[in-house]
Design a binder for this molecule. Structure first.
Ligand code: BJW
Ligand code: ZN
Length: 238
């Protein structure tokens, strides 16, 4: 199967890689759903919504600062690195990620579209337009007030909020010959719709995941296994 997928990738003018939390699992970043998932300890509607932030900004910020601290102490893995190398070695490989951890950039990927934002970016919740980027190597953030008098929030996409980059992502997958979907449960929309959009335009859909997902029956090929093993193997085969 891996050789078949590798030959599709060689033949494709444009390859798009779409990643989810599973690609960072082997770096030690907890996924959202399933065993060890972040949502097991915290209900999403408690923390990842604009309402939760309005009600309890301190609690929501504490969750993000805890996640930042975990992310800051881990490293990109062989899966992130394989994608970055593809982008450097051949033209036409673009990366869409649902992840907010910034590990693709740390692995050397360029111009990843971060569909759900980044835990390292902060913006004004009152909408004055202020935005800034914190560094994983810096001291933990202690100020949550904007100069305009409003509060600062993590620049991530919560449930019920629009994805600024979704049109750009749709345009990318519509041009793809192959869409490699890595480590996502494929249940959160609108990102979960991207594989079908790509397939309608003729792309081959490849799933890389340790488990069966909502995408498995749609995929043209399924590579079962951890991303940090499957992606380097696919890279050597292609
Ligand atoms: C491995 C592995 C290894 C493990 N190797 N694999 C009812 C029906 C349909 C839709 C809706 C509905 N009700 C509401 C909606 C819409 C809603 C939605 O989709 N909800 C569903 C959950 C029901 N979507 C939204 O609200 C979105 N916005 C929207 O629709 O706006 C409309 C609008 C338009 C115009 C104006 C205004 C509004 C926004 C969604 C935002 C999602 N945000 C989060 C949080 C981001 C910030 C943060 O991180 O705190 O994004 S939720 C969370 O889920 C996060 C993730 O990016 C996202 C996806 O999760 P992911 O990556 O798939 O992770 P997991 O844990 O689910 O899966 C991990 C996978 O890895 C598993 O498959 C494992 O097997 C695998 N794995 N180890 C390979 N080593
Ligand atoms: Zn402000």
């Amino acid at each position: 199967m891996i050789d078949r997928v590798a030959s599709w990738m060689r033949a494709a003018e444009r390859v798009v890689v779409l990643t989810g939390a599973g690609i960072s699992a082997e770096s030690g970043v907890p996924v959202f759903r399933g065993a060890g998932g972040l949502w097991r300890q915290f209900r999403p509607e408690q923390l990842a919504t604009p309402e939760a932030f309005r009600r309890q900004p301190e609690l929501v910020w504490a969750w993000y600062l805890w996640r930042r601290a975990r992310i800051a102490e881990v490293q990109p893995n062989a899966g992130h690195l394989a994608i970055a190398r593809w982008q450097q070695q051949r033209a036409g490989v673009s990366l869409l990620t649902q992840n907010v951890d910034g590990l693709h950039a740390r692995a050397g990927s360029v111009q990843a579209i971060e569909l759900h934002g980044s835990v390292w970016r902060v913006r004004c919740a009152a909408g004055c337009g202020f935005s800034t980027q914190d560094e994983p190597t810096g001291a933990p953030r202690t100020s949550f007030a904007c100069a305009c008098g409003g509060g600062l929030r993590p620049d991530v996409v919560w449930f019920g909020e629009p994805l600024d980059a979704i049109d750009a992502a749709i345009a990318r997958v519509e041009e793809a010959g192959v869409l490699v979907v890595v480590g996502t449960s494929a249940v959160v929309y609108p990102v979960a719709a991207l594989p079908r959009i790509a397939q309608r335009r003729g792309a081959r859909i490849v799933e890389v995941n340790v488990e069966e997902t909502a995408l498995t029956t749609v995929a043209d090929a399924v590579l079962r296994g951890p991303a940090a093993e499957v992606l380097p193997a696919l890279a050597s085969a292609s």
